[in-house]
Design a protein around this ligand. Sequence first.
Ligand SMILES: [Zn+2]
Ligand SMILES: [Zn+2]
Length: 156
Amino acid sequence: MVEREEVEKLNRGYVRNICFTELVKLHVILKCATLNQVVFALNRDLALMTISTVWVEIRSQVLLEYRDFVKCTVPGTIYCSKSRCPYCGALVKIHGVSDHVVNKHPEINPNSIPKSSLPAASQNKLHCLDCPVTKRKRVFTKTALAAHCKALHTTK
Ligand SMILES: [Zn+2]
Ligand SMILES: [Zn+2]
């Protein structure tokens, strides 16, 4: 089992290097599901992160997930917890972007907000456009939205 231990050690070292170059915290980046899955799979297959292009492939997703765990850093960095409103440029908390768009830009379909402006956890959530603007902040998964529309917006 020496080889497995060696692989795990090298992959851990690689993640530590990522933290150094991306200016992120190790204990925080280790919470990111995508990174965890990848490291787990690599260790299982005795594959080294150093000689694969995996980090390039998952980088933006991991940094996006990282952003969900940090409070506030420097605006402009990919994992900053604040984001610019794509419509007026206001700096808003990343978790408040969709609320901001619903409140300030009622003419804009909140489901068309670019994913890169939203926290990772909200990227696949949808707003109900049949609800009045005052209730449009609520978000649903695709299935939940279908159920919501069926229950509330079908006229018989
Ligand atoms: Zn705005
Ligand atoms: Zn609705």
